[in-house]
Design a protein around this ligand. Structure first.
Ligand SMILES: [Zn+2]
Length: 406
């Protein structure tokens, strides 16, 4: 083929593509119908759309990508109560594409198709969701009082809330070292073990320690342990060091996707990340997915888990306030590698300053270690009472409290 012919062909192709790219399809609205055995979600569009769908598990998600589509509607008012859809999120990726993520309570089968304008309706993308073998979805009527998401005759699963407790540093990495040789790795192991013991005593909690002895665990491995156990919460226990020896008290950190909230937070993140530096991309177990698409999902779940982490952090600061002085009165945020788990809300607690002689003298005593562990436990418990994970024993407890006659 001559070069000119090739060029003409390319130009022709571009011309054909132009109408798609010049006029982005608008996603104007979403509507939801509940049927005995089917859930129908309809997107009202300004025109036909190119789309694809795929699913991800643990947690179950259904992803709908619409190319050249812009979101102009609002999904927040969809009546999702009593449906297998837990939440709907959306975001932009690529050049003007939109991704919609349905967080599902269980795996569902999807049948999707587009409808042209008819009977006063415009272009539509229809998603029909059903259980395998068309088993009934057991959805209550829309007007009914919201019920828990389980079928009424099934027993409550009352599953345990899984907390992964991560004693910082260990082995070749001592962490901060005090004036009298106090080592962060020993102090935080003792506190973490006491916290684990306290959680094990409490009905409805199960706990996993990242290390139960003095050995080194890479940051990446710590995050993997949290994800492997499908943890409801990851809590990393540390004790600070600062060049200014008067610095004292406890602080709580959550991950920030953007910049650090303070210079201290930035320095802390650099120091805690120092043991083994790594990039966020190596943490993600989404290798089989298009990396760009995977990135959008990660961003979205990151935002949700950071919000939960900040709430838990606030609760823990509240309970530590009675036990130790606070270095920071609010939850600080920075790019801690150990907190970069897209699905698991994660916080890092600096229990005090090893570099401060008063703090470190207290931190090595069994009595203060127990008090800090109790404070962490109370903070966790208060958080989960307010935000019980679906199907947990704590959720069952809160539901039966609410249903008790006044
Ligand atoms: Zn540390």
């Amino acid at each position: 083929m001559h070069r000119r012919q090739l060029l003409n062909l390319l130009l022709a192709g571009t011309a054909l593509l132009l109408p798609w790219s010049a006029h982005a399809v608008q996603i104007r609205n979403a509507r939801l119908w509940k049927d005995a055995d089917k859930l129908r979600l309809v997107f009202d569009l300004s025109g036909p759309v190119q789309y694809k769908t795929f699913t991800l598990s643990a947690p179950e998600r259904l992803i709908i990508d619409m190319s050249g589509a812009r979101l102009s509607g609002d999904f927040s008012r969809l009546p999702l109560a009593n449906t297998p859809i837990h939440s709907i999120r959306s975001g932009h990726f690529g050049q003007g594409d939109t991704r919609i993520v349905l967080d599902l309570n269980e795996p569902l089968q999807l049948n999707s198709f587009q409808l042209p304008p008819q009977q006063g309706q415009g272009h539509r993308l229809v998603l029909d969701l059903s259980r395998a073998g068309n088993a009934p979805l057991q959805i209550a009527a829309a007007a009914a009082v919201p019920q828990p998401e389980r079928a009424p005759n099934k027993p409550h699963p009352k599953r345990d809330i899984t907390v992964v407790v991560d004693p910082g540093h260990g082995g070749k990495d001592p962490g901060a070292v005090g004036a009298r040789g106090e080592r962060e790795k020993d102090v935080v192991l003792a506190i973490a073990q006491l916290l684990a013991k306290r959680l094990k005593r409490e009905k409805g909690f199960s706990v996993k320690l990242v290390r139960n002895d003095d050995f080194f665990v890479p940051l990446r491995k710590r995050v993997e342990i949290a994800r492997q156990h499908q943890a409801d919460m990851f809590i990393s226990v540390h004790a600070d060091a600062a060049p200014r020896l008067t610095a004292s008290g406890a602080s709580v950190y959550a991950l920030s996707e953007g910049g650090a909230t303070s210079a201290t937070a930035r320095l802390m993140a650099q120091r805690e990340n120092g043991a083994d530096l790594l990039g966020a991309s190596t943490l993600l177990n989404l290798k089989d997915k298009d990396p760009m698409l995977a990135g959008v999902i990660v961003d979205m779940s990151m935002n949700a888990t950071i919000a939960a982490s900040l709430q838990l952090g606030g609760s823990i600061l509240g309970s530590l306030a009675g036990i130790t002085s606070l270095h920071q009165k609010r939850v600080e945020q920075a790019g801690f590698a150990v907190l970069k788990s897209p699905d698991v809300p994660s916080i890092l607690v600096e229990t005090g300053f090893i570099s401060n002689s008063r703090d470190s003298q207290r931190l090595v005593t069994a009595r203060h270690q127990q008090a800090i562990a109790d404070g962490l436990f109370q903070g966790l418990q208060r958080y989960f009472e307010k935000n019980p994970p679906a199907n947990s024993y704590m959720a069952w407890l809160q539901e039966s409290k609410n249903n008790r006659p006044a």
